[in-house]
Design a protein around this ligand. Structure first.
Ligand code: S3P
Length: 482
């Protein structure tokens, strides 16, 4: 039976501060546990100010993985130090790769494509689907055997989607319990190139196959139903691999060597969505989110904001390596419902829970369809969003492949269960700021997966003042907002 301790605070109740003040004698582990249980939030007047979100999760994972199998050093700036990406570092360290993490810079001393060593123990991928699926593509062609596993959630996520294509390439990869989930046992074997047509638009599946293809005999290609995020293609090219993308098909040539490089990781658009949503739905709000990755295969959020009538402006467009970036300026807006379906879905898959929450504050109905993939993420994000939004008073229907949200009904505070899914916890922290009364998030500390400082940053934006002016440059010249 979970027991709740009421802690007084008039706005966002950031229990960690309480824990710091009154429990300094406790160990960090116990303090974090307390924060996980007691997170209560209240309605906020506004959010205002400037924020830099942490580095992109997908790009951070890839920079460690590709750096490890490249020759030379890969220096990663703005690496995301969330639990998921630390799981990736842990796996490669166990395979003999020297990875330093000092002063915000991660340095990977790559040992080349054949430099990984057999790990002494099972590799622990934690909560990370990206680690599990991408690393499988790298491990299948090695000359050693390995077992991969992860937490309770990872052991329920579908792995057949990589087992099938990798096996077609000649890999010996088996689900240890025979349920097509982790733990996976991979016995290294030489691979042959294939052409694979995937039923799902998944960058994790595509990347797993492309990484195996680097080591295969002959060309490897994959066709997806829609284009999924292309960070693997961009970064592998940057490291010297030969690839070609045509429509929904990507082809890779076998490689003899990759070359380490400096990577500057842009801010994660999937972490920016919480502040975009807060800035749009709270009154008197204005938030500038600096240096966000806006790769078109990830930036469906921007199109949806436009369709919903949001006041969102892109400033200072630039790029980091091959990845486009911009500052996002959002202001309080009267939103309207819209339909989100088809090719745009893979470009905003991780933002959909937050978009669904935003839709509760829009005039009219929002329909999300073609998003069945949400059911096999860190949690069943369709069922859990519907359950939690309903608990807060929203009018939402669950469908086979999405949700229908009838906006305009005010939300009230409730107890919501994150189901240890970081994106659910962060979405409801924002919903809580716009809802009447008190909201309690269960297992709120799961935000550590992708955004350890999330609650502090959200609180800072409630306390800070609107910036005096915001200077920017765009294709049309210089300017500033007052
Ligand atoms: C990711 C791809 C997406 C996304 C996940 C990260 C990646 O998953 O949901 O958070 O880094 O490749 P799918 O490719 O399975 O859709």
């Amino acid at each position: 039976m979970r027991q709740h301790i009421p802690i007084p605070h008039d706005r966002l109740l950031y229990a960690d501060c309480y824990v710091k003040m009154h429990t300094s004698f406790l160990s960090d582990r116990i303090k974090r546990k307390l924060r996980g249980i007691y997170m209560k939030l209240h309605k906020a007047d506004h959010v205002r100010g400037e924020i830099t979100v942490p580095g992109d999760k997908s790009i951070s994972h890839r920079s460690v993985m590709f750096g490890s199998i490249a020759k030379g050093t890969t220096e990663i700036h703005n690496f995301l130090e969330g639990a998921d990406c630390l799981s990736t570092i842990g796996c490669f360290r166990r395979m003999g790769i020297d990875i330093e993490n000092k002063n915000g810079v991660v340095t990977v001393h790559g040992k080349g494509m054949h430099g990984l060593a057999a790990p002494a123990e099972t590799l622990d991928c934690g909560n990370s689907g990206t680690t599990t699926r991408l690393i499988s593509g790298i491990l299948a062609p090695q000359n050693f055997d390995v077992t991969l596993t992860g937490d309770e959630s990872i052991q329920k996520r579908p792995m057949k989607r990589i087992i099938e294509p990798l096996s077609m390439m000649g890999a010996d990869i088996k689900s240890v319990r025979g349920n097509d989930c982790a733990p996976l046992r991979i016995c290294g074997k030489p691979l042959a190139g294939i052409h694979y047509t995937s039923k799902v638009a998944s960058a994790q599946v595509k990347s797993s196959i492309l990484l195996a293809g680097l080591y295969a005999d002959g060309l490897t290609s994959i066709t997806e139903p829609q284009v999924s995020r292309n960070h693997t293609e961009l970064m592998l090219k940057f490291f010297g691999a030969e690839l070609e993308s045509k429509g929904t098909t990507v082809t890779i040539w076998p490689a003899t060597e990759l070359f380490g490089n400096r990577i500057d990781v842009p801010g994660d658009i999937s972490s920016s969505v919480y502040f975009v949503a807060a800035g749009l739905i709270l009154p008197n709000s204005e938030v500038l989110i600096k240096n966000v990755g806006i790769n078109p295969t990830r930036a469906g959020l921007i199109k949806v904001c436009e369709a919903m009538g949001a006041d969102l402006t892109l400033l200072n467009e630039d790029h980091e390596n091959a990845e486009p970036t911009a500052d996002l300026l959002v202001r309080t807006s009267s939103l309207r419902g819209c339909v989100i379906e088809g090719d745009i879905i893979p470009t905003l898959i991780d933002e959909l829970p937050t978009i669904a929450m935003m839709a509760c504050f829009a005039e009219g109905t929002t329909v999300i369809r073609d998003a069945a993939e949400l059911k096999v993420k860190e949690s069943n994000r369709i069922a859990i969003m519907v359950e939690n939004l309903r608990a807060m008073g929203a009018d939402v229907e669950e469908t086979e492949d999405g949700m229908i949200i009838h906006g305009g009904k005010p939300l009230h505070g409730a107890v919501v269960d994150s189901h240890k899914d970081h994106r659910i916890a962060m979405t409801f922290a924002v919903a809580a700021l716009a809802a009447d009364g008190e909201t309690e998030i269960i297992d709120a500390d799961c935000v550590d997966i992708s955004y350890p400082a999330f609650y502090e940053e959200l609180e800072n934006l409630q306390n800070s003042k609107r910036p005096e002016s915001i200077w920017y440059f765009s294709r049309d010249g210089f300017g500033f907002f007052l």
